[in-house]
Design a protein around this ligand. Structure first.
Ligand code: BGC
Ligand code: NOJ
Length: 833
């Protein structure tokens, strides 16, 4: 068990610009400990990992939602605020004798604390501080299998005299559809409704008509008062830093009719010197059966009989503690699936804790809800979610299976796919549509990762509709066939895949030609799209084709498999002929048939994607092109902060290239360090046997290894950010857009499966490490298909040749086959020479 609060050293929070860290890792507890509240950016965490989710910053900012950040938002959040992070799960402590009040999470009152500490852990966050001798901290978490969040508030009087305190809670309810909530005030200021019963605040806006769900906010202590109308609590012309009810020390007992429903409890706590008290607050989401919405049935009063047992359970402190222990155990077992002990602490920490944890978040959220993704814009991305499986599939394979089937159901009959879908409705988003020509192949990559991990071949026979059309169901396997076919039906003048709206690089919009401000680069298509081609998709096609061929072979379809391989060979030849520029792979051909990413170009001569992905897919391994391409990456793209996307950066807008040239040099896709594609090069380096380079690139963007430069990096040191500003940017080395990025899955995949080389394969666990020459070896435990593999790797020479001993006996090759039935432990000793 973790102690609720371990007090950090008091730090002055106003000494700006002094290079220093903002906290430290506590690996034993799997926590990051933040010791001053004014981190360069909000450093956040996720609560919940199944259906109820919350985002919480180190100063208790953030919001909650059920399944879908847009369609079922529970609490309100104002994005892009000043300060950046404002509004959240705030508690206020008020000294009833002096009238002074403050917030133990620092925000929103920002009183300088005597000490402060935030512990972000696996699915929970504890934030506390000490002010004028009063220690107060709150542990926030979402119990497993519940649709609620618990706030365990602990307060201790460290004064020599009694403390007469008031505590106020506060949350602001959303009107469910967060997009509508932020725009449609003429309606929403009139629809808000609440009920208050036994001290529990029920938010029931729109419940009277078509909703069968409501939110509730409860408190374990007897109330001195409450508020449900924001204006009554905050007061006109005021904000959360100075709510009038807190200042006055008295709630208004307000009942919201329209305007802005909130939840606030007021309780009084009198503490003797040294005394500690705990109070539990619980915020929940509940659904009633359609025909039992009201109680009595002919009334408009919410039926609370179904929710009351849940409320009672979690208001009980012992039950809340037990739920927390279950959450800890859950993460203990998830993280036990792959645990490593290497000579590098940053590697260990990321693989064993934070990178795996981030993979859960990206699996759950895709790119929908973070402090950089508003939750109202994107649902789940087709390509994103498929790639996220690479880092998630081993954690909860059953959920990976469900996700694959959901994704495949949004595929179109052409083999193409909706680019995104909403998690609540599971329908494709019409606003964005399809025609991103890389999308379908990622389904093959996702399914192949699932099969290699689980050996569950039955998934291929699952009937899955196209575009969710009832009656259109075909086995999942056919979806994969159509994915592959999609590209063959869309080849360009050089025989390379047509790019469509964009490939992996959403900002390389070769058919867009937009000259109208505000037009979407992704959905505007002013060209026919019959000319612009993508060498990146060619690489992806080669990789996906090889995987599909292996799947076909496994299904006994040898001829079909040979057919796929023939197409792969053909594409490989086309890439050699039209996709090679002399020193590196070309990136694309534009609508005029001119090369993009070639020495012939004035800017954007070399791109990372085609180098990393073509080599990763195996192109050019035999004839030296792969090594040449990687040498060019080292020469032109590598920096001390990671590998930039292309060089030279675009210095102006090119209408024929689109969004990529809309970013100032060094940011995002215009020569930023786009951390998602760095692991492609890392894997490529392992494919040419260069463990030193692979690890070095891995280390450069490893967030833990960058902790010491937090003042430059600025984002959380425990998770990857999408982007680090490139060498052309004035802020080179500064990270942006943390958490929701394919970087998480790809780095996890690169380090565990390619550098450490513990690789699920069709027929067993393959062990093929390509580690730095300086490493003497490493140890790992991997749970795979019900068996625990205890792996020791030892270096006996400089190379990557593997000799394996399994349970003390030498075996041929690199694949450890499944042991005899009933045997659940296998010892693997690998020797590298
Ligand atoms: C970003 C891309 C992103 C795309 C999604 C662009 O503005 O630069 O990274 O994939 O939006 O719609
Ligand atoms: C972020 C998007 O989520 C992803 O789909 C895309 O591949 C990258 N940006 C690169 O543009």
């Amino acid at each position: 068990m973790v102690t609720q609060v371990v007090w950090g050293r008091a730090a002055s929070i106003h000494s700006e610009h002094i290079p220093m860290q903002y906290g430290h890792f506590d690996d034993e507890n799997r926590e990051y400990v933040i010791t001053r509240p004014d981190t360069p950016l909000p450093w956040i965490n996720y609560l919940g990992c199944q259906a109820y989710f919350g985002i919480i910053s180190n100063t208790a900012g953030g919001y909650s939602f059920y399944r879908d950040a847009r369609l079922r938002r529970i609490t309100r959040y104002r994005y892009n605020n000043v300060p950046f992070d404002f509004g959240g799960r705030y508690l206020y402590v008020r000294d009833r004798e002096s009238g002074e009040f403050w917030s133990p999470s620092w925000q929103p009152t920002r009183h300088e604390p005597e000490s402060y500490q935030c512990r972000h852990g696996m699915g929970y966050t504890t934030i506390g501080s000490r002010y004028k001798g009063i220690e107060a901290s709150t542990r926030y978490f979402v119990p497993l299998d519940e649709t609620l969040e618990v706030w365990q508030f602990t307060v201790t009087n460290r004064r020599a005299t009694p403390a007469l305190l008031s505590v106020f809670s506060s949350i602001e309810f959303c009107l469910w559809d967060a997009q509508d909530d932020a725009t449609n005030f003429q309606r929403n200021f009139s629809t808000g409704q609440v009920e208050v019963e036994d001290g529990v605040i029920y938010h029931k806006t729109e419940y009277r008509e078509r909703r069968d769900h409501f939110a509730w906010f409860a408190c374990s202590a007897p109330l001195a008062g409450f508020d449900t109308q924001r204006d009554a609590f905050v007061g006109p012309y005021r904000s959360w830093d100075k709510p009038v009810a807190v200042e006055r020390g008295e709630s208004g007992n307000s009942i919201a009719h329209g305007w802005a429903p909130i939840g606030s409890h007021h309780l009084k706590l009198d503490l003797a010197p040294g005394e500690t008290r705990q109070v539990v607050f619980v915020l929940g989401y509940h659904e009633n059966p359609r025909d039992q919405k009201f109680d009595p049935p002919d009334s408009q009063t919410v039926n609370k009989r179904t929710v009351k047992p849940v409320i009672a359970e979690y208001l009980n402190a012992a039950n809340a503690d037990a739920a927390f222990t279950r959450l800890r155990d859950y993460w203990e077992s998830i993280l036990g699936i792959c645990a490593v002990e290497t000579p590098c602490e940053h590697t260990n920490r990321m693989v064993n804790i934070w990178n795996a944890y981030q993979c859960m978040a990206t699996f759950n959220m895709s790119r929908s809800a973070s402090f950089y993704e508003s939750g109202i814009g994107r649902g789940l991305g087709f390509r994103d979610s498929n790639q996220d499986l690479l880092g998630f599939v081993q954690m909860v394979p059953a959920r990976a299976r469900e996700r694959i089937l959901d994704l495949a159901a949004t595929q179109l009959a052409t083999g193409g796919a909706y680019h995104q879908y909403q998690p609540l409705t599971k329908r494709g988003n019409n606003d964005i549509g399809g025609n991103f020509n890389d999308d379908p192949h990622w389904l093959i990559i996702g399914v192949s990762a699932y099969l290699k991990e689980t050996g569950d071949w039955s998934i291929l026979d699952e009937p899955v509709p196209y575009d969710n059309e009832p009656g259109s169901e075909q086995p999942l396997y056919e979806h994969l066939q159509r994915s592959f076919r999609y590209t063959l039906d869309r080849l360009g003048p050089h025989g390379l895949p047509l790019i469509g709206r964009a490939d992996w690089n959403d900002c390389l919009n070769l058919n867009c030609f937009s000259d109208t401000p505000g037009q979407s680069f992704q959905t505007t298509t002013n060209k026919e799209g019959k000319t612009a081609e993508s060498v990146f998709i060619a690489g992806l096609f080669v990789l996906a084709g090889r995987e599909l061929a292996a799947i076909a072979r496994h299904r006994g379809l040898a001829d079909e498999a040979a057919g796929y391989l023939a197409e792969v060979e053909k594409m490989d030849r086309v890439v050699h002929e039209h996709g090679w520029d002399g020193e590196w792979f070309v990136r694309a051909y534009d609508d005029f048939g001119r090369k993009v990413g070639s020495n012939e170009c004035a800017e954007g001569k070399i791109f990372i994607e085609s180098q990393g992905f073509c080599v990763l897919a195996g192109i050019g391994l035999e004839d030296g092109l792969a090594s040449k391409a990687l040498a060019s990456v080292g020469k032109h793209l590598a920096t001390e902060h990671g590998i930039v996307l292309q060089q030279p950066a675009y210095s102006r807008y090119y209408i024929e290239l689109g969004e990529i040239s809309s970013y100032p040099p060094g940011y995002k896709e215009n020569a930023g360090i786009f951390c998602h594609n760095n692991p492609w090069v890392i894997i490529a380096e392992t494919r040419v046997g260069n463990g030193d380079a692979a690890y070095e690139y891995y280390r450069r963007i490893n967030p833990s290894a960058r902790e010491a430069i937090s003042d430059l990096h600025r984002c959380e040191p425990y998770v990857y950010a999408q982007m680090i500003a490139g060498k052309d940017a004035p802020t080179h080395g500064e990270a942006k857009n943390s958490w929701l990025t394919g970087t998480a899955a790809w780095n996890y995949y690169a380090i565990t499966q390619w550098i450490l080389g513990i690789q699920p394969s069709w027929d067993g666990l393959r062990i093929a490490p390509v580690i730095p020459r300086g490493w003497k070896g490493f140890k790992a435990t991997r749970k795979y298909r019900g068996v625990t593999y205890r792996i020791t790797v030892a270096r006996a020479g400089d190379g990557n040749k593997v000799s394996l001993m399994v349970n003390g006996k030498p075996i041929e090759g690199e694949v450890v086959a499944a042991p005899a039935a009933g045997q659940t432990e296998v010892v693997v000793e690998a020797r590298l020479s």
